[in-house]
Design a protein around this ligand. Sequence first.
Ligand SMILES: [Zn+2]
Ligand SMILES: [Zn+2]
Length: 180
Amino acid sequence: MGFARDFGLRINVAQLLKGPTGAVRRMDLYEDITRIDDELSIQSPLAGSLTVIRTADGVLVTASLDATTELECCRCVTPFAAPVRLEIEEEFHPSVDIHTGARLPVLDTEEAATTIDEQHFLDLAEVVRQAIFLAQPMHPLCRGDCAGLCSQCGKDLNTERCQCVADSVDTRLEVLKQLL
Ligand SMILES: [Zn+2]
Ligand SMILES: [Zn+2]
């Protein structure tokens, strides 16, 4: 698994942490995330806007982000570009006290992705990575009426015709003729 740390998805929240609860910072995002995960084929930069709000315990990130990933159609097995919309709402917690620099209690590994590091950066990479996986359809379709592959000869019925369907219709007609 693993995730890279240099996507430009690291955000310095030092000023915000020094501010009062409720302080807000807004920013636009336009980042190359093609290397965010080996299993994902990202076709566009991650784009959108995000808001970071100072909370009592840390900062809350809310973001609406768009990207394009390459998926494989579950019917015809052809890769196609699919837009994904990520709605992110995640609270990040500091690992050191912003005023004293004192270490705060160590969080377990599950919370590592939402921990603000000692330099007061939060890293959206893992949250974004997980959101992309969650946003992917269980049964991706290249288009709603994808004809899929012929179950008998395996040809892509979107691009070519095969004789399999015609043959079975003929067989049925033969049966009908014999009945008559
Ligand atoms: Zn398809
Ligand atoms: Zn066929």
